[in-house]
Ligand binder design. Structure first.
Ligand code: F6R
Length: 369
């Protein structure tokens, strides 16, 4: 049932190109527009939305953080992202014009379920992004967009995360399409890029042997830090979460711009720091900033593990280890940047003798509070 792989996690990492394609299936029409009729919230209701609030836990929360960048860029609707466990105990300001998006692989996470009930009580519409057909969260929502990743058995979320991202991009682009934005041409171009993204994930998977080797060489370390900017920041958080839960190592993700506000004090000789580098095309200011962050940490002895786009030569002098990913539009980069971090955490866990599919103290679906 593991399809020849040693662990479900490895199988599920490998299944990502197909999972991503399945999530897109039937949702892009021949003219290159999105057809999300299944969402069941009418176009006129969507045009009235004046605020989006995303609630989720863990990895699904990281997908939500990335969605915020996409939603605000393509729709200009303000978007907040909150941990479901915090949201449910607050007095959030919501009304009929608020669209709440609850993201959950299992559809059974208690905190996320309670957050969506809390939102519906106040009249907000809830759209679930979920992987498990007929589970509680979609049943209690006004609408659902299924991720179609297939069953995810390993406790650590991989293919569910990538397909949650696809679903989030679809929602963002659809909102943009329905409401009309000045980004109309860009939206069409991105829909085309999204249709290619599975192939790019596949290319990343073909080049992972050096990442595995690197992970094995770091098995004796105690700490790994992760840095990113813009959508690379939630990717850094996700890379750190994977390492905590699988390798039981101290791992932390930071927004690179926050370094000088404290975390840079952690940098010491030979400390591994993974840096997610934004594309040098697109928003080049982000790229330049992260290159100077790399200079700063390297001057203090960090061992940099750099995830950068193919052809990005500016990072070479500051990279102790370089992991190449294919060029994508800035907002889609998490789809390819997250994959090496999954492989890295899985291999490090194996090297440390940990149970990859069933990490200590964790359950696949957290139905308690
Ligand atoms: C991390 C992981 C957890 C889940 C979280 C939410 O790899 O698997 O952080 O993402 O428990 O679970 P769902 O998506 O089922 O609500």
């Amino acid at each position: 049932e593991k399809g020849g792989y040693d662990y479900f996690m490895l199988k599920e990492i490998a299944e990502q190109p197909k999972a991503v394609a399945d999530t897109l299936l039937g949702r892009i029409d021949a003219a290159g527009s999105l057809t999300l009729d299944e969402v069941r919230i009418s176009a006129s209701e969507l045009r009235e939305v004046d605020k989006v609030v995303i609630v989720a836990c863990g990895t699904a929360f990281h997908a939500g953080l990335i969605a915020k960048y996409a939603i605000e860029h393509w729709t200009r609707i303000p978007c907040e992202v909150e941990l479901a466990s915090e949201f449910r105990y607050r007095d959030p300001i919501l009304d009929q014009q608020t669209l709440v998006i609850a993201i959950s692989q299992s559809g059974e996470t208690m905190d996320t379920l309670m957050a969506l009930r809390h939102a519906r009580e106040q009249g907000a519409k809830v759209l679930a992004i979920c992987n498990t057909n007929g589970s509680t969260i979609p049943r209690e929502s006004d609408a659902v967009l299924y991720t179609h990743a297939g069953p995810e058995v390993a406790v650590a979320s991989t293919k569910a995360f990538l397909t949650q991202l696809v679903a989030c991009y679809l929602v963002a682009l659809y909102l943009g399409q329905v409401r009309g934005t000045k980004w109309g041409d860009e939206i069409h171009a991105v829909i085309r890029d999204l249709a290619q993204i599975g192939r790019q994930v596949e290319r990343v998977l073909e080049t992972m042997e050096p990442v595995r080797e690197l992970a094995r060489s770091l098995a004796h370390k105690n700490t790994v830090l992760f840095l990113g900017r813009h959508v690379g920041y939630p990717v850094a958080l996700e890379g750190a979460l994977k390492l905590k839960e699988l390798a039981y190592m101290h791992a932390e993700g930071f927004a690179a711009g926050e370094l000088k506000h404290g975390p840079i004090a952690l940098i010491e000789d030979d400390l591994p720091v993974v840096v997610v580098v934004p594309s040098p095309r697109g928003r080049s200011v982000l790229h330049d900033k992260i290159v100077s962050n790399m200079q700063e940490i390297r001057a203090r002895g960090a061992r940099t593990i750099v995830i950068a786009e193919e052809g990005d030569e500016a990072v070479v002098p500051y990279a102790d280890h370089l992991i190449r990913i294919p060029a994508t539009p800035t907002l889609l980069q998490p789809m390819v940047a997250a994959v090496p971090l999954q492989v890295f955490a899985c291999e490090l866990a194996t090297a440390r003798g940990n149970e990859v599919d069933q990490p200590r103290n964790l359950a696949k679906s957290v139905t308690v509070e």
